[in-house]
Write a protein that binds this ligand. Structure first.
Ligand code: ZN
Length: 327
């Protein structure tokens, strides 16, 4: 910034017209579209599609938990100066409306999950839960407001299915073209190159999960972040904590899961990068299940970690699952 100001001052002193005097890179930087992404995984998608025309800032950073995020004044400033704010939607960012309002931003708010079929989570205190399995009783709960705790509601973790990630990318592409029509060709090219990588990734995830014996594709995680992954790739995830980390798992939920692990011989429990590992470690200790490692659920790792991009995150997760579950 300082260098640029000096360059500008120099240009004025010499009486040169500004665009000629600025180095090409500085001109590009000056023109970048400021956008905000609510969390790191979404920020990675926006960077892929936006390329060098867009400057991306994320609110909830690496290893951060968006469910319980508390925006600071600095976040309101980021939102205030953005031209587009990309959010996941589906109830993931319970704090976003207040933040947008407080910031006074004129930014377009773009919901990146538009067009995705949301998973509606059933309340898990059903008598027939163990018999029917996790996935089959969603449709019993069409009516809202009958849930007595946080297990019900919409599952926001749509990015855990790679096919859904492709929908995020299309939505991001369309929003960027609308905001910056001159970049249409660039955004289309970036989106299509990245979508090709996602399609290859999707095939890789499918193949990795199909290689695990079906009876062993059952996992415990601390919060219910992998419903879309499970539905897309044929793995059952069971979690004491529900689809948000906001409320703690009840003693009843933990006891039920411990019984279930023992009765059904569930092979492994996994920690998550955004969650306190103590609950999962306790469950492992009280059962025969082994700790399978750490899955990245709601956030990327930092640059040095194994999951600093979405693609690396998914590859890391399937490596962890495969090595723990293949006997
Ligand atoms: Zn989550």
């Amino acid at each position: 910034m300082l260098t640029r100001r000096l360059a500008v001052a120099g240009a004025l002193a010499l009486g040169l017209s500004l665009p000629l005097a600025l180095p090409a890179a500085a001109q590009e930087a000056a023109k970048k579209i400021p956008v905000v992404a609510s969390f790191s995984i979404l920020g990675d998608f926006v960077k892929e599609v936006g390329g060098d025309r867009v400057s991306v800032t994320t609110l909830v950073g690496p290893n951060g938990d968006a469910h319980v995020f508390q925006p600071a004044p600095a976040d309101a400033k980021k939102v205030a100066s953005a031209q587009i704010v990309f959010v996941n939607g589906l109830g993931f960012e319970g704090w976003i409306d207040r933040l947008v309002k407080a910031s006074g931003t004129k930014a377009e708010i773009v919901v990146a999950t538009k067009g995705i079929t949301p998973r509606e989570m059933a309340d898990e205190d059903e008598d027939d839960h163990a018999a029917q399995g996790h996935k089959d009783h969603d449709h019993d709960h069409a009516k809202k407001g009958e849930h007595d705790h946080d297990h019900g509601g919409t599952d926001p973790h749509a990015w855990q299915s790679v096919a859904n990630a492709e929908i995020y990318v299309a939505n991001i592409r369309d929003a960027l073209i609308a905001a910056d029509p001159a970049g249409k060709a660039a955004y289309e090219a970036n989106a299509s190159a990245y979508t090709a990588k996602l399609e290859a990734l999707d095939a890789q995830v499918k193949a990795a999960m199909a290689a695990i014996p079906e009876s062993r594709r059952r996992i415990i995680t601390s919060h219910d972040a992998f419903g879309y992954f499970g539905a897309a790739y044929g793995v059952e995830f069971i979690a004491p904590q529900g689809v948000s980390t906001e409320s703690e798992a009840s003693a009843k939920d933990v006891a039920r899961i411990i019984r279930q692990i023992k009765a059904e011989n569930i092979p492994a429990v996994f920690m998550e990068n955004i969650s306190d590992p103590r609950l999962v470690k306790r469950i492992a200790k009280e059962t025969q299940a082994k700790i399978g490692g750490e899955l990245f659920s709601d956030a990327l790792s930092d640059d040095k970690g194994p999951a600093s991009t979405y693609i690396d995150m998914m590859k890391n997760n399937i490596t962890q699952l495969s090595s723990a579950l293949s006997s």
